[in-house]
Write a protein that binds this ligand. Structure first.
Ligand SMILES: CC(C)(COP(=O)(O)OP(=O)(O)OC[C@H]1O[C@@H](n2cnc3c(N)ncnc32)[C@H](O)[C@@H]1OP(=O)(O)O)[C@@H](O)C(=O)NCCC(=O)NCCS
Length: 288
């Protein structure tokens, strides 16, 4: 089962996730979420590249684009406008996302595809969807999510059948200050934060923020019409778990059809001044 250069996290054929450690992978498995990854058959990766100067980047990034992007994505890359840092985050975010997909697809098929064989296309809401795979197997239907902040690029992917979405988010802890908290959190969310042990007060506002973002991404809607529509209903600071409810929005966003209330379990953590959260949106029968 094990291939040279790969490490199986779970030694079971169809559901194992292989972490590729081949030279040439840009990112590394993000150990912060190891227990979640093993339990849920997910790959979570991180790349830190905050030393890339704008003047050196074009040639390097075009080379990377050739290596990582499929034909349709190449066209998107060539048309992509915006600042140098926006182009860089778009490309590096995708590169990390493709490496997570290589991990989970290697678990489904036994052979990791090359990143350029996997196409990620943003839907009309901006949600990254895995569009084309050169793997002819509906069991390999997979979901992916991307987040980037200040030179850190993370992604999470999962290829479990029936999974409706995955979400990952990172944020600088210091950005979720009192002003942000006032507009981001409801009275009951602020109460949950106040009830946490004193040591947890510093990082948990950012963790809650990330939990809401990750849930919005898993649903494919982002923070669609305001932070209050995705609501934190409980916090378990010992288990690093947050429960989140997405409320129905029928008037402003009739197309969302989220159902009366979708609830999700979000795993959170923090590391080196960054808060992070990751969650799966499962079918009702398989809530985690
Ligand atoms: C776009 C949004 C999904 C997340 O944005 P963000 O937290 O600023 O940025 P992140 O780096 O974490 O995530 C961006 C990625 O989310 C993904 N994304 C965008 N829209 C999405 C959607 N509807 N569903 C799922 N994922 C989505 C994209 O892959 C995007 O990266 P890309 O465009 O390079 O491919 C949205 O929730 C948003 O705009 N949030 C507000 C951000 C804000 O106010 N921040 C202040 C922090 S204090």
């Amino acid at each position: 089962m094990l291939k040279s250069g790969s490490r199986a996290l779970v030694a079971d054929h169809r559901t194992s996730v292989k972490i590729n450690e081949h030279a040439g992978m840009l990112s590394a498995p993000w150990t912060l979420f190891n227990s979640f990854v093993i339990q849920q058959l997910v790959s979570v990766r991180r790349l830190i590249r905050n030393d890339w100067s704008d003047s050196e980047q074009d040639g390097n990034l075009n080379g990377l684009a050739e290596q990582y992007l499929g034909r349709g994505e190449q066209e998107t890359w060539e048309r992509l406008r915006g600042t140098a840092s926006r182009r860089r985050e778009w490309l590096l975010g995708r590169a990390v996302a493709k490496e997570t997909l290589c991990d989970v697809l290697a678990g489904c098929t036994g052979h990791p595809p090359s990143p350029a064989e996997i196409e990620i296309v943003a839907d009309q809401r901006g949600c990254p969807r895995v569009k084309a795979l050169l793997v002819d197997d509906p069991q390999t239907a997979s979901v992916v999510s991307i987040s980037h902040v200040g030179g850190v690029f993370v992604a999470a992917a999962c290829a479990t059948p029936g999974l409706r979405g995955i979400g990952i988010d990172i944020e600088q802890v210091t950005r979720v200050n009192e002003d942000v908290m006032r507009f981001a959190f409801s009275a009951s969310e602020l109460q949950l934060l106040q009830g946490l042990p004193a040591g947890a007060q510093a990082n948990w506002p950012a963790r809650l923020w990330c939990a809401k973002e990750a849930a919005g991404k898993a649903l494919g809607v982002g923070l669609f019409s305001g932070l209050r529509d995705i609501h934190v209903s409980s916090v378990n600071a010992t288990a690093n778990i947050v429960e989140v409810e997405a409320r129905e929005r029928t008037k402003e966003e009739p197309r969302l059809r989220l159902g009366p209330a979708e609830s999700m379990v979000v795993h959170t953590s923090d590391d080196g001044g960054l808060a992070a959260a990751v969650c799966l949106w499962n079918t009702d029968a398989e809530k985690t």
